[in-house]
Design a protein around this ligand. Structure first.
Ligand code: ZN
Length: 74
C-alpha cells in the first residue's frame, strides 16, 4: 500500500499523537500510518510539538507524600 484513499483528520491525529485516542480509532490510525507518508509526517510533527509543550511547562513542586500516594494506587 503506497497511496491511501483517505486521510485521518487532524483532530484524530492530534489525539493519537497525545496518546488520548480510544483503542478502536487508535488501531485504525496505526493501520493507516504505514501506508501514508502524509499522516505519518503529521503525527511526527504533532509529537514534536507535544514534546516541546511539555518541555516548556514549568515544573510544579510535588508534595512530600507524592510517592506514597502513587504507590498506594498501584
Ligand atoms: Zn493519510
Amino acid at each position: 500500500m503506497t497511496h491511501a484513499a483517505y486521510h485521518i483528520t487532524e483532530e484524530t491525529l492530534l489525539s493519537y499523537a497525545a496518546g488520548m485516542l480510544a483503542e478502536a480509532p487508535a488501531v485504525a490510525v496505526a493501520a493507516h500510518l504505514p501506508g501514508c507518508a502524509r499522516c505519518r509526517s503529521a503525527v511526527a510533527a504533532l509529537e514534536i510539538v507535544g514534546g516541546t509543550l511539555l518541555d516548556e511547562i514549568a515544573p510544579a513542586p510535588m508534595s512530600s507524600n507524592a510517592l506514597s500516594l502513587v504507590l498506594a494506587r498501584l
